[in-house]
Design a protein around this ligand. Structure first.
Ligand code: NAD
Length: 485
C-alpha cells in the first residue's frame, strides 16, 4: 500500500458535520493505477441509525418550510457546489477512473439536476374538485414521505445521487445516502459543500460502506419510508424483498442492455458516431450505454467498418492524463467480468473486429484497462446478447428488416433505453411504439434529459426519475373532502 494513503475521511456526514463510522476500513483504489490511495471507515448499523435519526429530526422543520423556500435554500447550496467543482473533478477521477473531462460533464450535470428541481419547486401542486355533491368539495393534498434512503452505484456517483436528492428535498423529505463502497470520497465532500452552501444540518446525510452492512441497515431501518435505488437487477430484487415488510416505498433504476437499430435509410455516419459514443463513453459503464446494435443487411458492412474504425482510434488512458478519451474499468473484477463475457461469446461464434483484450501500453500497467471491443454477428444466445455487458464491448448483428430488428431488441429481460436511426417517419413511429423500453431515441444520441421521466420496463426497474413525475415518487397524496355539515 502507498505510504501516502489518505486516512482523513471519517466515512460519514451526519447532522451537518463529519462523523466517524465505526466499521472496518474500506480501501479506495485508483482504477487507473491499481493503487490503494485512501482508506475510509465503513458504516455499521449504528452509524446508519445515527444518520436516520438526524434526518428524521431535520425533516420536521424542513417540511414545514414553504416549498419555494426549500427551493431557494437548495439553489444557494447548489451554487456553492458549482463554485467548487474544480476541487471535486480530480477526486472523482481518482476514485472512479473516468477522464477529467467526463468528471466535469458528470458534476456539471449533477448541479443542473439540482437546479432543475429548484426551478420546479414553485410548480408542485395538488388538486381541487368542486361540487362533488351539493356544497361538497374535494382536495388532493401532497405530503412528503419523511426520510428517504438513496443507494447509488459507482459509475456516476453524483448524478445518480442528485436524481434522487433534488426531487426528494424539494418535496420536503430528508435524505440519507449510501454511495458505493468504492466511490465514497466525492459524495462525502459533495455533502460538505452543500452544507457550507447553507443546506440545514440533517437534511442530507451520507453513510459510506458496503451493501451488505450499510445498505441493508438503511433498507431495513424502520424510520426510512422510501428507498431510491440505482444499481444492478439482482440487488434491486433483494432490495424489493427487504423493503416488503411495512410496504416501504421503492424506486428501482436497474440494469439495461439497450438495443440500437440502424435502418438502411439512416444517416450512417451519424449513427456510427452515436453507437461509438453510446457504447464507449464512461468506458461502457453506463446503464443507458448502447449494448446491442442491429443493422440492416444492406448497409451492415459500411456501418460495421465505421464503428470498428472509431473503436480502434479511441485513445485509452488514465483519467488524469491529458488526451485520454476512455479511462479504465472501475475495478479489476469489472474488467475480468467483461473480458469473460467477450471470451465466452467468441467461443460460440462471431468475429472479433477490435479489442478483445487489455491494451498493451506499458504506461497503463496496473490499471484496469480493456481495449474498445467490437464483435460482429455473435450468437443470439451468447453472453453479449443476453447479459448486461458493463464495459467497452459492442456486439453488432445484421438483420433483414425492422420487424426482425424489433423482435431481437425485445428479446431481452431488460427494457431501459433504446434507439433507432431512420429517415422514415413510419419506421420511427413503429419503433417508438413497439420497443419495450422506458426511452426511445430517434436519430439522437442517447442523452438523458431532466425534463423527461426516466425509468426501466421489465427487469430494468420500477418507478420514474427525472421530470415532474419524479415528485410522485417522493410524496403521498391524500384525498380530503370538505362537507357541508
Ligand atoms: P450494485 O447493485 O452491485 O450496487 C449498487 C449499490 O447498492 C451500491 O451502493 C452497493 O453497495 C449497494 N448494495 C449492494 N447490495 C446491497 C444490499 N443487499 N442492500 C442495500 N444496498 C446494497 O450495482 P453496481 O455493480 O455497483 O452498479 C452497476 C449496475 O447499476 C449496472 O447493472 C447498471 O446497469 C446499474 N445502473 C442502473 C442505472 C439506472 O438508472 N437504471 C444507472 C446506473 C447504473
Amino acid at each position: 500500500m502507498s505510504t501516502e494513503t489518505i486516512t482523513a475521511f471519517a466515512g460519514a456526514f451526519i447532522d451537518g458535520r463529519e462523523y466517524r463510522n465505526g466499521g472496518d476500513p474500506l480501501p479506495i483504489t485508483n482504477p487507473g493505477t491499481g493503487e490503494v490511495f485512501a482508506e475510509v471507515p465503513g458504516g455499521t448499523a449504528d452509524d446508519v441509525d445515527a444518520a436516520v435519526n438526524a434526518a428524521a429530526r431535520a425533516q420536521v422543520q424542513w417540511s414545514a418550510l414553504a416549498v419555494s423556500k426549500r427551493g431557494e435554500i437548495l439553489g444557494a447550496a447548489a451554487h456553492h457546489l458549482e463554485a467548487n467543482l474544480d476541487e471535486l473533478m480530480p477526486l472523482l477521477t481518482r476514485e472512479q477512473g473516468k477522464t477529467l473531462r467526463d468528471s466535469r460533464i458528470e458534476l456539471t450535470k449533477a448541479v443542473d439536476t439540482l437546479m432543475h428541481y429548484v426551478g420546479l419547486a414553485k410548480t408542485l401542486r395538488g388538486a381541487h374538485t368542486p361540487g362533488l355533491d351539493p356544497g361538497v368539495d374535494g382536495m388532493v393534498l401532497r405530503r412528503p414521505l419523511g426520510v428517504v434512503g438513496a443507494i447509488v452505484p459507482w459509475n456516476f456517483p453524483t448524478t445518480l445521487l442528485c436524481n434522487k436528492l433534488a426531487p426528494a428535498l424539494v418535496a420536503g423529505n430528508t435524505v440519507v445516502a449510501k454511495p458505493a463502497g468504492t466511490t465514497p470520497l466525492t459524495t462525502l465532500r459533495f455533502a460538505e459543500l452543500l452544507a457550507e452552501g447553507g443546506l440545514p444540518a440533517g437534511v442530507f446525510n451520507v453513510v459510506t460502506g458496503s451493501g451488505s452492512v450499510t445498505g441493508t441497515a438503511l433498507v431495513t431501518h424502520p424510520q426510512v419510508r422510501k428507498i431510491a435505488f440505482t444499481g444492478s437487477t439482482p440487488v434491486g430484487e433483494q432490495i424489493m424483498a427487504l423493503a416488503a415488510p411495512g410496504m416501504k416505498r421503492v424506486t428501482l433504476e436497474l440494469g439495461g442492455s439497450d438495443p440500437m437499430i440502424i435502418c438502411d435509410d439512416a444517416d450512417l455516419d451519424a449513427a456510427a458516431s452515436a453507437a461509438s459514443m453510446g457504447r464507449f463513453y464512461n468506458c461502457g459503464q453506463a446503464c443507458l450505454a448502447i449494448k446491442r446494435v442491429y443493422v440492416f443487411d444492406a448497409v451492415a458492412d459500411q456501418v460495421i467498418e465505421a464503428i470498428t474504425a472509431k473503436a480502434k482510434r479511441l485513445k485509452v488512458g488514465r483519467g488524469d492524463v491529458k488526451g485520454s478519451q476512455m479511462g479504465p474499468l472501475h475495478t479489476a473484477a469489472q474488467r475480468d467480468e467483461v473480458a469473460g463475457q467477450v471470451t465466452r461469446t467468441l467461443e460460440q461464434g462471431g468475429t472479433l473486429l477490435a479489442g478483445g483484450r487489455p491494451p498493451e501500453d506499458a504506461e497503463l500497467e496496473g490499471g484496469f484497462f480493456y481495449a474498445p471491443t467490437v464483435v460482429a454477428d455473435p450468437s443470439h444466445e451468447s453472453p453479449m446478447a443476453v447479459e448486461e455487458v458493463f464495459g467497452p464491448a459492442l456486439p453488432i448483428w445484421r438483420v433483414t428488416d425492422l420487424d426482425e430488428a424489433i423482435a431481437r431488441a425485445n428479446a431481452s429481460p431488460f427494457g431501459l433505453g433504446s434507439s433507432v436511426w431512420t429517415r422514415d417517419l413510419g419506421r420511427a413511429r413503429q419503433a417508438a411504439e413497439r420497443i419495450e423500453a422506458g426511452y426511445t431515441w430517434i436519430n439522437s444520441r442517447t442523452k438523458v434529459y431532466d425534463e423527461l421521466p426516466f425509468g426501466g420496463w421489465k427487469s430494468s426497474g420500477y418507478g420514474k426519475e427525472h421530470g415532474s413525475e419524479a415528485f410522485d415518487y417522493y410524496t403521498e397524496t391524500k384525498s380530503v373532502v370538505f362537507g357541508n355539515g
